[in-house]
Design a protein around this ligand. Structure first.
Ligand SMILES: [Zn+2]
Length: 141
């Protein structure tokens, strides 16, 4: 959930640019410096939003509240924002991942859009496989 929240937080700036028609589409938010700051914001807000979400979905009860460990929250947020910058820098020519060190984007077109979609789909399958395997292992302890 924190990973997903980080994706939303990352794309707030491009959304504002699309709505207002002003600014750099993939601006500071889509640099590794910006992604570091947004990972911290995503972690600090995402922990509590996710814990509330677990209550709403009935996965966390009053007598047994699930608390998400801070290291998990930060790890998820940083994977979310850094992979977002990497994938968007491959996909979009205007992303400057290493700004302010350089305005170059050497990742652009490293993979085709179709290859990026396949990469995301297969890594999703692998992640789901690991998730269900771990659930199976924990239930059969
Ligand atoms: Zn983006």
């Amino acid at each position: 959930m924190v990973f997903g929240w980080a994706q939303i937080v990352m794309d707030i700036q491009p959304l504002i640019v699309i709505i207002t028609g002003e600014g750099h589409l993939h601006g500071f938010s889509h640099t590794y410096v910006g992604a570091t700051l947004l990972a911290i914001v995503s972690a600090l807000t995402g922990k509590y939003l996710s814990e509330i979400g677990l209550i709403i979905f009935g996965l966390s009860q009053k007598d047994n509240l699930i608390k998400i460990a801070w290291w998990v929250v930060f790890f998820s947020a940083f994977i979310g924002t850094f992979s977002h910058v990497l994938l968007d820098s491959i996909m979009h020519s205007d992303v400057m991942p290493f700004y302010p060190l350089t305005q170059q984007n050497n990742f652009w077109r490293l993979l085709s859009v179709e290859q990026i979609h396949k990469l995301c789909m297969y890594s999703g399958f692998i992640g789901a496989g690991i998730y269900y395997y771990m659930q199976f292992k924990m239930r059969n302890k």
